[in-house]
Structures are given as structure tokens and as C-alpha cells.
Design a protein around this ligand. Structure first.
Ligand SMILES: [Zn+2]
Length: 305
């Protein structure tokens, strides 16, 4: 039975609308993504954490189309892609070198263990784009993959490129004991832009922001992953004295946008030689990187022109 307390984003305001926040808790979405891939545990962890970060970043933008978070780096996990559509469909995949991953972990005596994402990614960057279809701007944000974890990396992005004060915290719980279930979550607070002309007591505003962040930081792993608590329950616990207003709940589910036609179009751009080299037993089989769906083609379909 899916737990209704997960796989959604709850948006809220506190302190009379001065600060806006989001709480995202993922279960089913992350587990469906990971079941499609069978990645080693350390790579699964990077995917799970990147997925909640992508959902968080996407939730701060108004868009109608596709949000994509993509990392590119020189470490064993050299690429992560997470797509979040405006309808809440999420998919993700990783590119990694299993030998380098194992060699690095053996050297650090962390074989098979979960390590902070930047350790496995190495040096590089995290970028995101918003694609709203033809004739629309492709919005792009980018930040170096620096910091001891993905939370720090995301905070660097907000510090560098957004004018808005932001705080966020990401959580990850790998499968425990017999369980195969991964859980990922994140909470974020942002200062709302000041309304023009409003008289503001700067000291009081700074104190309110600091206090709200103390409450955000107080959220524990046990609490955020407690399946018996709804996100509203958690927010009431944290911010009950801060004039909490929950404004919206958005649901997420796994969804891949691949299709036979799309793959056919991609493969049709390959050279005749490349296509010929892909033929096995008279057929070409292509696998979707995101959902591992297999599509089968006749070579003739691809080299007609
Ligand atoms: Zn697919």
C-alpha cells in the first residue's frame, strides 16, 4: 500500500507570509526509479538524494514543461540526470564507472557504503534547465560541485545566483535490515521579497529569520521519515508558533517519457556504419536509460533514407 504521507511537496508560509517553505518526502518515486536500474548502493544513494534536490529546485520555479537537473563531473559517478515535469512525473538515471567506484571505495575503506554525493561525483558542476517547449527560453542555473554534501552545493547555488535568502536541508535513509525501501526528503525556507513601501524593522526581521531556521534545523531524520506523520503534522510541530499556513500539496509519481517513436528518431540520426554495428541477430535493440524499457527495431526502419 502506498503511504499517502510521502511522494508529495507541501508548500507553506510562516511568520505572516514573510517566509515561504516546502517540505518534500519521497518513497515510492525513489524506489520505483531505483528498481528500474539496480545500481550499486552508493550510486542509488546519490540518485535518491539528487531526486529530492531536483524536486525541491523545480518546486521553486513556475513552469509548464520539463525541469532537468544534470551533473557532469570527473569522478566515478560522472553524470546524474533527474527530470521533473510540471505534472509531477519524475525519472532519473546515472552514468558511472563501476571499477573506479570500487577502487576508490576500497582505497577509502568504504566499500559498498554510502558516501556524500560530491565524493563520488568528483569535480564538476550541477546545472538545471527548464524546457517549456518550442519558442520558449531555456532557463539555466549552474553551480560548481563543491561542498561536503549536496545540501551545501545547493546552498552555494542560492547564495551565488538568487537574491533571496534560502536555507534547506536534505535527508536520506537507505534500506535498513530486511527492508529494501529508500526514503529521501528535504525542507526549505526562503525569505519572501519585501512588499514595496512597507516599513520593516530590520532587526526583528533578522531575528524572525534566524528563529525560523532554528526550527528548520531541528527537524530530525526520525521525524521526517516517520510514516505515521503527514507532512502537515511535521510542519505543525516545527512551526506551530509561527502562524503556519499550508497553501498547496503537489503529488509526485514516477514517469518516463520515452517511446518507440522518440528512440526511432534518435537512432535515425546515427550513421549507417554505427547502425550496422548495433545489429544483433538481424535486430537492433535499444534500452531507455531512464526506465530500462527495451525497444526493438529492424535495421531497415533506421536506414531508409
Ligand atoms: Zn523510458
Amino acid at each position: 500500500m502506498p503511504n499517502k504521507n510521502f511522494d508529495n511537496c507541501v508548500s507553506f508560509f510562516i511568520d505572516n507570509g514573510a517566509f515561504q517553505g516546502r517540505l518534500i518526502r519521497l518513497n515510492e518515486v525513489v524506489n520505483t526509479i531505483l528498481e528500474k536500474h539496480a545500481y550499486p548502493r552508493p550510486v542509488s544513494a546519490v540518485i535518491a538524494e539528487s531526486t529530492v534536490l531536483a524536486a525541491m529546485l523545480a518546486s521553486t520555479l513556475k513552469y509548464d514543461g520539463l525541469f532537468t537537473l544534470q551533473t557532469q563531473s570527473n569522478g566515478p559517478v560522472s553524470m546524474i540526470v533527474v527530470d521533473v515535469t510540471s505534472a509531477g512525473k519524475i525519472r532519473a538515471c546515472a552514468k558511472f564507472d563501476e571499477q573506479r567506484l570500487e577502487a576508490g571505495q576500497t582505497l577509502r575503506k568504504t566499500s559498498g557504503e554510502i558516501e556524500p554525493a560530491p565524493h563520488l561525483m568528483g569535480a564538476g558542476h550541477l546545472a538545471f534547465t527548464v524546457d517549456q517547449g518550442k519558442n520558449t527560453e531555456l532557463y539555466q542555473g549552474i553551480v560548481d560541485l563543491q561542498g561536503k554534501n549536496l545540501t551545501e552545493c545547493a546552498l552555494r547555488y542560492f547564495k551565488q545566483s538568487e537574491q533571496i535568502d534560502t536555507n534547506l536541508k536534505l535527508f536520506l535513509l537507505p534500506p535498513q535490515g530486511e527492508s529494501k525501501t529508500w526514503l529521501a526528503a528535504g525542507i526549505m525556507l526562503q525569505k519572501m521579497p519585501l512588499k514595496g513601501g512597507a516599513a520593516v524593522d530590520a532587526d526583528a526581521a533578522a531575528e524572525a529569520w534566524n528563529e525560523a531556521n532554528v526550527f528548520l534545523e531541528s527537524l530530525s531524520e526520525n521525524e521526517v521519515f516517520d510514516a505515521s506523520l503527514s507532512s502537515a503534522d511535521i510542519l505543525h510541530r516545527l512551526f506551530h508558533g509561527n502562524d503556519l499556513k499550508i497553501v498547496q500539496t503537489k503529488e509526485y509519481s514516477f514517469g518516463c517519457r520515452c517511446s518507440r517513436d522518440k528512440l526511432l528518431n534518435t537512432l535515425s540520426t546515427f550513421s549507417k556504419e554505427d547502425i550496422a554495428s548495433m545489429v544483433e541477430n538481424g535486430k537492433i535493440t535499444a534500452t531507455c536509460h531512464f526506465c530500462s524499457a527495451q525497444y526493438c527495431f529492424d535495421p531497415g526502419e533506421l536506414i531508409k533514407q
